[in-house]
Design a protein around this ligand. Structure first.
Ligand SMILES: NC(=O)c1ccc[n+]([C@@H]2O[C@H](COP(=O)([O-])OP(=O)(O)OC[C@H]3O[C@@H](n4cnc5c(N)ncnc54)[C@H](O)[C@@H]3O)[C@@H](O)[C@H]2O)c1
Ligand SMILES: [Zn+2]
Ligand SMILES: [Zn+2]
Length: 347
């Protein structure tokens, strides 16, 4: 038997339960989870909001999808991994059959399956997972960083595509996703990086990750600030990691002509953009991102982490036993000072 944090019923909350250790089926390995991080998606599922009610088909469900662990058993047909390998998980499990999968974009497969959403996740002592979606980590990377590579990768994928080298970059939202963007933009040679957030605590983390300027849009007008810093030219590259519709629409006002906007944050409502002045006459490029390129982004991340060009320590605010998951959710729901909370199974 093992301990796991489970969504038992179709209602608010989660519970710490004893359940049987799963067995790996064809192509799967059994992983002993070393560390697992809480993400916004888990908060939606915990809170049982409208998104969770529509998307969670099966309960009871072990929550969690950001993890690092050690392979303790290989199931039938496994060829890539061995017992004792330390692995991080790519959470987009593609079908391998659809148009997207067969045309080089499995990370946006039509039939994506996600742990902690569609199948049992990582808030547990053990988890089974397809070996094809695991990435073996070299010993030079701190093990707990493996639990943060999934969220880091969203930013790495975006920053690599955005070509930030030498540019004036703005990152809206300095949560874990925004911090990953800031660190990566700095590692990939951005000129200036301006971080925005309405939380002073998170702006402090943005500075630690390499932001040159931090602004709180509830106190300082971002358009006036960026205009002054860029001699009225505007920002070359803007990333949104807030999901705030007004902040996204506002970003186009301080984007320079010919610049690009990269959208990662998930607005909960439709967002309106003034297309003629803000996109068409600006010749602006808008790009959306879902997850990480499989597995180019992971190759980049390993290089960035091994070479210590990215330091994930500022992103980790707490390490707590898995048995205290409820307290961790309470902190995040109340908006207490926190960034990534790592849950560690096994008391
Ligand atoms: N595209 C993807 O594949 C993908 C993957 C993971 C997360 N996400 C999304 O990315 C976003 C960021 O994720 P996170 O884990 O960092 O979430 P988070 O909620 O911890 O961070 C969002 C940050 O935005 C800040 N913010 C809110 N309104 C703002 C405003 N008007 N201006 C500036 N900052 C503002 C908040 O204070 C917060 O610090 C979320 O919307 C999440 O759902 C997308
Ligand atoms: Zn996540
Ligand atoms: Zn597919």
């Amino acid at each position: 038997m093992m301990n796991a944090f489970v969504k038992k019923d179709r209602k608010y909350g989660g519970s710490y339960e004893k359940i049987p250790i799963p067995e790996p089926s064809d192509g799967e390995v059994l992983i002993k989870i070393k560390s697992t991080a809480i993400c916004g998606t888990d908060i939606h599922i915990y809170a049982w909001n409208a998104w969770a009610q529509a998307n969670i088909k099966k309960v009871p469900l072990i929550m969690g999808h950001e993890f690092v662990g050690e392979v303790v058993e290989t199931g039938p047909g496994c060829r890539l991994l061995k017992v004792n390998d330390v692995v991080s998980g790519e959470t987009h499990i593609p079908c391998g059959q659809c148009y997207q999968c067969r045309n080089g974009t499995p990370h946006i497969c039509f039939n994506l399956e996600l742990p902690g959403v569609h199948r049992n996740g990582s808030f547990a002592e053990y988890m089974t997972y397809p070996e094809a979606c695991l990435v073996k980590l070299p010993p030079s990377i701190p093990v707990e960083y493996g639990a943060l590579m999934e969220p880091l990768g969203v930013g790495v994928s975006a920053v690599e595509n955005a070509q930030v080298s030498g540019g004036n970059v703005v990152v809206i939202g300095s949560g874990p996703i925004g911090l990953g963007i800031i660190s990566t933009a700095q590692a990939m040679g951005a000129g200036t990086i301006t971080a925005l957030d309405i939380s002073e605590y998170r702006l402090g983390l943005a500075s630690k990750c390499g932001a040159c300027y931090t602004i709180n849009p509830s106190k300082t007008d971002p358009a006036a600030f960026i205009g002054e810093k860029t001699r009225k030219v505007g920002a070359d590259v803007i990333f949104d990691a807030s999901g705030n519709p007004a902040a996204i629409a506002g970003a186009f006002k301080y984007l320079r002509k010919g610049g690009s906007v990269h959208l990662l944050g998930l607005p909960s409502a439709p967002t309106s953009i003034d297309l003629a002045p803000d996109v068409i006459f600006k010749e602006a490029t808008i790009h959306g991102y879902h997850g990480r390129k499989m597995f180019q982004t992971w190759t980049r991340m390993i290089a960035l982490l091994e070479s210590k060009k990215i330091d994930l320590d500022p992103m980790i605010s707490h390490r707590m036993p898995l048995s205290e998951a409820e307290r961790a959710f309470e902190m995040l729901e109340k908006g207490e000072d926190a960034s990534k909370i790592l849950l560690v199974p096994g008391d």
